[in-house]
Write a protein of this length. Sequence first.
Length: 172
Amino acid sequence: MASDLAKRAHELAVFREFVGASGLQIDASSAAVREPPQPDIWCQSSSGALYFELGRLLDNEMQKLKIEVMRRAPRPVATNEFSPKLPEREMLRRKIDKTYETNGVPVQLLLYYDNTNWLVGDVPGTSLPFSEHAKYVMQPLVDKQSLFQRVWVYERHRGTVLWSGAPRQNAV
């Protein structure tokens, strides 16, 4: 019970930070936590009521690998013992597969990296900008679903919106 309350308070704080960073016309003071099967946050935007479902981007296998590297240092760690994933794709799949009760109110998805320290998570390290990464890893999944009006990726450490994408028409 206490951990659920802490999770809800955390999500509300993340959402309010995101609103400030995104420039969206949302009254952050209207944001209210909702209980399943509703999406996580209800708020009032300039175009009316809006829901946001939130998802923390964290690769548990990558965390285990980082801990093992620290534990064994300076000895090498065999990476074949771990199976790191792309947390943004995995979380997007999980959220798309859920069922929400919205009563016709539009829903957007906010995925966030909560990388306040190296162990909690990190934005994927590629030579590509995140928008290019998302074009191949996330946009195809966004295009195949009809629930989320828009998907956002937010990095808390820098207070930056890394990407947003909406389903493209006729992209199946």
